[in-house]
Design a protein around this ligand. Structure first.
Ligand code: HEC
Ligand code: HEC
Length: 392
């Protein structure tokens, strides 16, 4: 933690909460204000719902005229009419949709995911600054979520001339089409199970503003991590899609004497670092940096990786006091962010293990990530706990 940031604790916390609330209320409205959902829906979630979650299974799609389907936000109201699919009944995607799976996936409560990148013809990704890739106008990225093999939602981020527009489409029960919704939804996963949460349009920027040009998984560390499928750095170079070829095409996190650092750092990078970095509001305010920037790891073939203890994910956490008082806390300072040897005394682990019940709204005091997720990532978080436990 940065020493100067430790004073005026309660004021800081109040400011954080206020700015979080403001960001939450304000984001996404520019590109996405009140799109009119199609009139052919039966009790579907709509823009008028004020963000109230709906139960799913109510999406029924009637006849759709794709000629008049484009919404005010520049996105189609129906996925059937959007450029991702050439034949949605057969689930045939457009030839230009490049499928990929990042080596470090974000945990989405156990949903199975498929992602696609679509770049306009004859364009490249501006990779001049390896830490901040810039996308050509017209870029779109899609991410589909399935539960028990059934399509639930498909999200899109699309770059326009001056901004990005984004949305999610909720699938009809028969998977014939999906409809753009703005208020989010809760999808039942069966009795006694936490629901699956489809984020509202106001949630997207909470995470996606953590990168200057919005896309989170399409970056050099993630795509350079072994296990990436489809759009590896090698593939991007081979397709001539990068303006500047990186110094190497696979990356590794450094290791320490525990032998467990690299796995933990990789999980923290994508699951927490998207918000906890210098660029994002959460990082700036908490001075908690869990992202490992590409420039730290792209040292060139044969170069020496920086020691684990020099990375921001270590220097801002290990032995560092937290000044955030949790509701369950007697007061600030009860936890270290990472206490060597003890996950249960490490706020990083405690908040990542916490989830509020389905009838409550999560917040940055009650769980991490502070929104959408209702189920802890058992396998991923174990890697962090194993590292903390092993730290001498
Ligand atoms: C809690 C954080 C979080 C929220 C909320 C969130 N996303 Fe993401 N999203 C991520 C992360 C992290 C990735 C990259 C890792 C991955 O794909 O598994 C990602 C990936 C994506 C991608 C693939 C391209 C990329 O950025 O890598 C799309 C498209 C996307 N999200 C759309 C959306 C939309 C639309 C919303 C709101 C309806 C949304 N997301 C809400 C965290 C979030
Ligand atoms: C959607 C963005 C977002 C994501 C993703 C996220 N956080 Fe946070 N986090 C916040 C915000 C906002 C706060 C409260 C303000 C602050 O201190 O930055 C916070 C606060 C914290 C704090 C308290 C900071 C302190 O000074 O004591 C910890 C610890 C924390 N987060 C850990 C995590 C971990 C671990 C993950 C990944 C499992 C994670 N966060 C993912 C936004 C996020």
């Amino acid at each position: 933690m940065v020493a100067g940031a430790r004073s005026h604790v309660s004021l800081l916390v109040a400011m954080l909460l206020a700015s979080l609330a403001a960001a939450h209320a304000g984001c996404g409205t520019k590109s996405n204000d009140a799109p009119a959902d199609g009139g052919d829906l039966d009790a579907s979630p709509s823009a008028d719902d004020g963000g109230a979650p709906h139960d799913a299974g109510t999406i029924v799609v009637g006849p759709v005229d794709c000629k008049t389907d484009l919404d005010k936000d520049g996105l189609e109201k129906h996925l059937k009419c959007a450029p991702l699919y050439t034949d949605i009944a057969q689930k045939t995607v457009a030839p230009g949709a490049l499928p990929y799976t990042p080596g470090l996936p974000f945990w989405s409560d156990g949903a199975e995911k498929q992602r696609w990148l679509m770049l306009p013809a004859n364009t490249q990704i501006d990779t001049t600054d390896i830490d901040t890739w810039l996308w050509p106008v017209g870029t779109s990225a899609w991410k589909e979520f399935k539960l028990d093999g059934k399509r639930i939602e498909t999200r899109v981020y699309k770059k326009r001339a001056n901004d990005w527009t984004f949305a999610t489409y909720q699938w009809a029960a028969d998977e014939s089409d999906a409809v753009k919704i703005t208020g989010g939804a809760q999808v039942s996963r069966g009795a006694g199970q936490e629901p699956y949460v489809i984020p509202s349009i106001n949630d997207c920027a909470m995470c996606h503003d953590g990168q200057k040009d919005k896309l989170l998984g399409l970056e050099a560390v993630n795509l350079g991590t072994p296990g990436t499928v489809g759009l590896t750095l090698d593939a991007l170079v081979a397709m001539n899609l990068l303006t500047k070829v990186p110094s190497q095409t696979t990356v590794a996190f450094p290791e320490d004497t525990t032998g467990k650092a690299a796995a933990a750092l990789g999980w923290l990078h994508v699951n927490c670092g998207v918000c906890h970095n210098e660029h994002a509001a959460a990082g700036g305010q908490s001075h908690l940096y869990l992202l490992t920037k590409p420039s730290l790891l792209f040292v060139g073939d044969g170069g020496t990786l920086p020691p684990v203890a020099s990375l921001p994910a270590w220097t801002t956490t290990v032995d560092q006091q937290s000044d955030i008082a949790l509701p369950s806390d007697a007061g600030p300072g009860n936890y270290l962010l990472i206490k060597r040897g003890s996950p249960t005394a490490s706020l990083i682990s405690v908040l990542a293990h916490a989830r509020v019940p389905a009838n409550q709204t999560p917040s940055d005091k009650t769980q991490m990530p502070p929104l959408v997720s209702r189920i802890v990532d058992p396998v991923g978080l174990q890697k962090v706990d194993d590292w903390i436990t092993a730290l001498p």
